[in-house]
Ligand binder design. Structure first.
Ligand SMILES: Nc1nc2c(ncn2[C@@H]2O[C@H](COP(=O)(O)OP(=O)(O)O)[C@@H](O)[C@H]2O)c(=O)[nH]1
Ligand SMILES: [Mg+2]
Length: 454
């Protein structure tokens, strides 16, 4: 075996709980040597029955008492990784965890890489790649919606859908291959109406998955607060966040660098950027701030342009677009007719108007935030399968294009060979979502995103 290359034959160990003082800390071992290492750690303990908790006195690498712990053995293949797994439930002290790890290493275990337990679960067929990714999504979920989607993906909802589509396509492929391989035995074989139906079904199912992709669920929608200087952008950001995150001042040009905060509202994760006020007369470092604001607006999912009633500055043509919404700020400075007139003016300019807010008077702060969140919330039909990963969306788009190519070839009377090639490509693209024929570098990238011990 190559030096330094991690091997599936190794027994791996890692803390399964976050580092720090806690009620308990869990250390997990996986691999064929796990039961033996458990016996080294707990010499007085007879080997436990699988999936039963036992109390045990653990000893360190020198045989000295280490901790009074609970331990469990999960006999292969009925474990997370599909291998022999041992879990040690220790008193939650980092020093106990360290001594336990040292002892495991002394008895032949190797420290796991991030995500290596889940990678083994995948390699041992305990879950497919989409499910393994869902494990990471579940752990990183910040909103109830994300958690819900990750759980459904972990339960195999997306995998079953992809598996079904692959099965339809493989049925067609099998018939086409037989017809090309044995033309003399199957003289009439070739493209049959049911094949075209299957392809159409598959194309529709893939298109539906693409249409229901919501990558912003995972990364959060990027929202930018923008407008002229001194309209109350920074004040509003602080009010929404509930603490003084950015500087506010009555002199214009206080905010220069874009500043980001992360917000969570039920199903919606969003990041909010404060930006430098946009105006034509900026020079020097301020002008650079203005350019950064414009760049932020271009890359944002949504831009909220604040206008204030005393000197309303409307967004210029460079920033206006479907993702720019207008919010009235410093509402306390205007009477209701002025506010109504400005709201009408926004409508006349074809701008989506969210309402009025005054941080000073404490008006509309929660409401304006709620209005934004409501518009950001993914519109997902009940029960729809939602794709949240770029990797999945990419593979689905490729599969859709290859399916379309197959259908076009059929219509244009292309040879069965060519149709088969295009259809095979499509099936491979879909299979990659489940981890079929995925190369090691891609796996490394996926699993290195995991935390240690998962
Ligand atoms: N009257 C009034 N003044 C406000 C309100 N919000 C902010 N201001 C003031 O407007 C000035 C500019 O605020 P700031 O948040 O720094 O604006 P920015 O330049 O757009 O970020 C400050 O003096 C704030 O105190 C408000 O709701 N009403
Ligand atoms: Mg500011």
């Amino acid at each position: 075996m190559l030096e330094g290359v991690p091997s599936l034959a190794d027994t791996i160990v890692a803390p399964a709980t976050a580092r720090g003082e806690a009620a308990i800390a869990i250390v997990r071992l996986s691999g064929s040597e796990a039961p033996r290492i458990l016996q080294c750690l707990a010499p007085k303990l007879s080997l436990p029955v699988s999936h039963h908790l036992r109390r045990a006195t653990l000893v360190d690498a020198y045989g000295k008492p280490l901790d009074d712990a609970m331990v469990a053995l999960m006999v292969a293949p009925h474990s997370y990784t599909g291998e022999m797994v041992v879990e040690l439930y220790l008193h939650g002290s980092p020093t106990i965890v360290d001594a336990t790890l040292t002892s495991c290493l002394a008895h032949g275990a190797r420290l796991a890489r991030p995500g290596e337990f889940t990678e083994r679960a995948f390699l041992n067929g305990r879950m497919d790649l989409a499910q393994a990714e869902a494990v990471a999504d579940l752990i990183h979920a910040r909103s109830e919606f994300e958690r819900h989607l990750a759980k459904r993906q972990l339960d195999g909802e997306l995998s079953r859908k992809i598996g079904d589509i692959c099965t339809w396509l493989e049925g067609v492929l099998a018939a086409w291959r037989a017809a090309t391989d044995f033309p003399e035995q199957l003289p009439d074989a070739g493209v049959e109406p049911q094949h075209e139906v299957a392809l159409e079904h598959a194309a529709l199912a893939v298109a539906e998955l693409v249409a229901q992709a919501h990558l912003e669920v995972k990364r959060g929608a990027r929202v930018v607060l923008c407008g002229a200087p001194n309209v109350g952008k920074s004040t509003l950001l602080n009010a929404w966040v509930g603490q003084e995150r950015v500087l506010v001042d009555e002199s214009p040009g206080t905010t220069r660098d874009p500043i980001e905060v992360e917000l969570y509202d039920g199903a919606v994760r969003w990041s909010l950027w404060d930006t430098a006020g946009i105006h034509g007369a900026a020079t020097g470092v301020e002008a650079r701030g203005v350019e950064m604001s414009r760049a932020r607006i271009r890359s944002a999912d949504v831009a909220i342009w604040l206008i204030e009633p005393k000197r309303p500055v409307w967004p210029d043509a460079e920033v206006v677009g479907p993702n720019l919404w207008v919010l009235g700020s410093r509402a306390d400075l205007a009477d209701p007719p002025t506010r109504t007139a400005l709201a009408l003016e926004a409508a006349k300019r074809g701008l989506a108007f969210l309402g009025w807010v005054s941080v000073r008077a404490g008006l509309g702060i929660a409401e304006s935030r709620a209005a934004i969140v409501q518009r950001l919330a993914p519109k997902v039909p009940e029960g729809a399968i939602v794709v949240v990963r770029e990797r999945h969306l990419q593979a689905l788009k490729e599969a859709a294009a290859q399916l379309q190519e197959t259908q076009q070839l059929l219509q244009q009377g292309g040879t069965l060979d060519l149709c088969t090639l295009a259809l095979e490509a499509s099936t491979r693209s879909l299979g990659r979502i489940l981890g079929r024929d995925v190369d090691g570098a891609v796996l490394d990238r996926i699993f290195s995103d995991f935390c240690l011990g998962k």
